[in-house]
Design a protein around this ligand. Structure first.
Ligand SMILES: [Zn+2]
Length: 871
């Protein structure tokens, strides 16, 4: 699965796990024959199911998972005799027990069930959706534990079985599932019946069905037909997705020793969809905006995201679908691998988009979460549906991906690939654990992967390597010591005994390099030549932070552009910031480093610097320093914009276009540059009249800037544009302009609109939390959440509560923290327990950072004047 919104989540599981909610090991499924007859008007469906099972030991009871299922006839056939079964549901456990009088002996048996289910509006199980024209459709979303809402099942990932799916659909509607269509015949009545070919062995959460009005465009790669489906009228917007998928499939078919195993591939854009996308085998479902994009008009940013989500879901066809984790505690074997893998085909296809640098920035973001005391290890026990849901977080995706990148770099790309293929071949159509993975890698590479990986997978947090280097004669001695990094200064400074086995590479100012495996708390190495600094993350593939002595930081700042790669510059500035966060360095050192990069025109490097300057501007600048901070920022950024140019030039690179938009936005938002704000207003007005008349990279940012001082007339124009948007991208550009206004009356309209029926429930909380992310709307949005808690919980699907709780982490004062704590003490959310603790911790960290660095910042700004940045 791909989550669309980063929920700042993560941690040591201090809450006690609820009682194990697992099926008894009495029987296992071999095949499901399923017929679904949806009634879109009544929002129900009829189900007819035959499960072929193996009874493992004699029993008179079989327990299955089932939720919101109304059972009709249930029989079990074994040894030639058929018995009626008594059905006893257990609502809390989401199970049902089928009991027969005469015990079933071990061996083959079949269960036959007829039932009625609900096409719910919660975007899980088999649910009801609606397109822009009001046409209804049914679609499935089963991960993690919702197949049980569509059919009684052994709904745990290790119970793999084959599926024969049949759908009875209204005339004119199509049915799409994991496999190709075997037959499509008229009847019953004015409906038609679609039989799909049997699947290979799959976990229940990977079965899929979509029924409704859809159209498609088609291509092919390596003999596999690929279709991109959309709701009527949007199929042309599938072209970019199709092109991406064709490229990605060809790449994966070469990378893996097993070719794409599902015969066909469908990618389906759904208007109502709770996650970002879902990797159902051969039948991947997406949020519309992550699949349907205007090929010519679409922005580079969104194209990159679309391609990346497609590559992620397609990587799952191997990591997750072909080889599946045994239990959810190893969800990283799915999500970490798909995240790590997704950049590979795209780097090859579009090297100019620099996905590799985005990955380095991504590691910085993940370290951010992993610096909390309330983070969690990658491998994490979870039993209940709520706990399982919470595992789909930044650790399962980002940290696992970063650790895999580090391992790949340590072993070498080809050795790592051989290990991956050995692992997949051994566990194809079956399940695996973390130990299976590093066991395979250790065996193939003959290196201590099984020693390294558990320290990163089973241990929470990230290591901090303290670097002390000294030149003596014609050599440089480097002493490295490791400890766990925490944002919490007290925790960071107290002795901790965590120990990692860290593959790392060093690089010195004289150009020498050395790669080592750190295994002890403290180790000393020698590099040739007399160096002014030694960088402890050469290549920027490491999953750790490094801290340097102040003179080394100054020397590195001077050499950053000439001697470090863009990736190393990104990692280094993240490291310097980490030292500021724990008070090892004053914030001025970070600003000085940023100033050293003022001639840097690498989009990814600048992006990262701007992100931290935005943080400083928002949290560390006091009212009395705001004027001088903004002037400093203008002095820093204006020459950059002048250099890049205000207008796009023919033939310029996508990276340059994106860089212009980033610098423009920062000048407008963080520096409040009047000229930029005036220009933004012009671009926004044009974008509202005709989106194709402006550079697409600029449109979203310009709308946001125009909203800062936007009045009611402008607000009404944005609202009208939402209703007339021609593409999903335009729609979201306009929709997410609404939370950026500053007038409280307009923000109130936005909040009310967000939870109204006019906004799809998947988008509602994104709008509310964006108001919370707007400093002018923060308090208002929080009060709104408090007074509309029931409505807020109802909209937004399974990720909803975590999204709201996660967004409270943008608060930075003790009073708000107490309000958050008080509210969630009274309104416990099981699926966001860790997210809650993390939010509180983040607020505390921010409050502490403010008290520590505010005066430092004031004094630095005092010394560096208002336009020093430009000099
Ligand atoms: Zn995924």
């Amino acid at each position: 699965m791909k989550r669309i919104l980063a929920v700042f989540t993560f941690a040591l599981m201090t809450v006690s796990l609820a009682a194990a909610q697992r099926l008894p090991e009495v029987a296992a499924p071999e095949n499901y024959k399923l017929t679904f007859t949806p009634d879109l008007e009544k929002a129900t469906f009829e189900g007819d199911e035959t499960i072929s099972i193996r009874v493992l030991k004699q029993t008179s009871e079989i327990t299955l998972n089932a939720t919101d299922i109304d059972f009709h006839d249930v029989t079990i056939t074994s040894g030639g005799s058929t018995q009626k079964a008594k059905v006893t549901p257990d609502k809390d456990q989401e199970m049902v027990t089928l009991a027969v009088e005469k015990p079933l002996s071990a061996g083959a048996a079949t269960i036959h069930i007829t039932y009625t289910g609900i096409l719910n509006s919660e975007m899980r199980g088999l649910y009801l959706g609606k397109d822009d024209q009001g046409r209804k459709y049914a679609a499935s979303q089963f991960e993690a534990t919702d197949a049980r809402r569509a059919f009684p099942s052994f709904d745990e990932p290790n119970y793999k079985a084959t599926f024969d799916i049949t759908a009875v659909a209204d005339r004119g509607q199509v049915a799409i599932s994991n496999q190709k269509i075997l037959s499509d015949t008229p009847g019953p009545g004015d409906k038609h019946t679609v039989h799909f070919a049997p699947t290979v062995k799959l976990s229940s959460y990977l079965a899929a069905l979509v029924v409704g009005n859809f159209e498609y465009i088609e291509g092919e790669a390596d003999g596999i037909p690929i279709r991109v489906y959309s709701t009527p009228g949007k199929k042309e917007m599938g072209k970019f997705a199709l092109e991406s998928a064709v490229h990605v499939l060809s790449y994966y078919d070469k990378y893996f020793s097993i070719k794409y195993p599902y015969g066909k591939l469908d990618l389906i854009g759904l208007p109502d969809f709770s996650a970002g996308a879902m990797e159902n085998a051969g039948c991947i479902t997406f949020r519309e905006v992550l699949l349907q994009i205007d090929e010519k008009q679409g922005s580079v940013d969104l194209k990159k995201t679309v391609a990346s989500v497609i590559a992620h879901e397609m990587a799952h066809q191997w990591f997750g679908d072909l080889v599946t984790m045994k239990w959810w505690d190893d969800i990283w074997l799915n999500e970490g691998f798909a995240t790590w893998m997704s950049s590979k085909p795209l780097e090859k296809w579009k090297p100019e988009w620099n996905y590799d640098l985005d990955d380095v920035s991504g590691t910085g973001g993940t370290l951010n979460t992993d610096s909390l005391a309330n983070t969690r290890p990658i491998h994490q026990a979870a039993e209940t549906p709520g706990q399982i849901m919470e595992l789909f977080d930044g650790i399962a995706y980002g940290k696992a991906a970063s650790v895999l990148r580090m391992l790949e770099s340590y072993l070498g790309e080809e050795t790592f690939r051989a290990g991956v293929n050995a692992y997949i071949e051994k566990h194809q159509y079956a399940n695996a654990t973390a130990d299976d993975f590093w066991g395979a890698q250790a065996k193939t590479s003959k290196r201590p992967v099984d020693q390294i990986m558990p320290t990163f997978v089973k241990q929470a947090g990230a290591p901090f390597i303290n670097v002390k280097s000294q030149c003596s004669g014609n050599a440089t001695t480097v002493t490295l010591d490791q400890r766990r990094y925490y944002y919490d200064r007290e925790k960071f400074q107290s002795p901790n005994d965590e120990l990692w086995q860290i593959p790392m590479c060093m690089k010195s100012s004289t150009g020498s390099q050395k790669c080592e495996l750190l295994t002890k708390k403290e180790q000393t190495f020698t590099l040739p030549g007399c160096s002014t600094w030694v960088l402890a993350n050469a290549g920027a593939t490491g999953y750790y932070r490094a801290g340097y002595q102040p003179d080394a930081v100054r020397a590195l700042a001077g050499d950053a552009e000439s001697k470090l790669t863009p990736a190393e510059r990104i990692a280094l500035q993240s490291d310097i910031w980490a030292s500021v966060r724990v008070g090892r360095e004053p914030v001025g050192d970070f600003l000085a480093f940023a100033q050293g990069l003022k001639k840097d025109r690498n989009r990814a490097v600048v992006d990262d610097v701007l992100g931290r300057l935005n943080f400083i501007g928002r949290y560390l600048v006091t009212d009395s320093d705001r004027y001088s901070f903004r002037s400093w920022l203008r002095g820093y950024l204006s020459p950059m914009l002048k250099d890049v140019g205000w207008e796009p030039k023919p033939g310029e690179s996508d990276e340059l276009r994106t860089l212009r938009a980033r610098v423009f936005n920062a000048l407008g938002y963080d520096a409040r540059d009047p000229e930029v704000l005036a220009q933004a207003r012009k671009i926004a007005t044009k974008a509202l009249d005709d989106p194709s008349s402006v550079d697409r990279e600029m449109a979203g940012g310009a709308l946001t800037l125009a909203a800062l001082n936007g009045d009611q007339t402008f607000y009404d124009r944005v609202m009208a544009a939402i209703k007339n948007a021609k593409s999903p991208e335009d729609y979201y550009n306009y929709l997410f302009t609404l939370p950026q206004f500053t007038d409280p009356k307009l923000l109130q309209r936005t909040l009310d609109y967000a939870i109204s029926p006019d906004v799809r429930s998947q988008d509602a909380l994104g709008v509310v939390t964006s108001v919370m992310g707007n400093p002018e709307g923060q308090k208002q949005a929080w009060d709104f959440v408090l007074s509309h808690w029931d409505a807020v919980q109802k909209v937004g699907g399974p990720f909803a509560s975590a999204q709201v709780i996660g967004s409270t982490s943008s608060f930075c004062d003790a009073h708000m923290r107490d309000q958050v704590a008080e509210f969630f003490a009274a309104h416990k959310i099981e699926a966001a327990e860790r997210t809650y603790r993390q939010s509180i911790e983040r607020i505390n960290n921010c409050v502490d950072l403010k008290s520590q660095q505010e005066p430092q910042l004031a004094s630095w700004l005092g010394q560096h004047g208002s336009s020093a940045g430009g000099q």
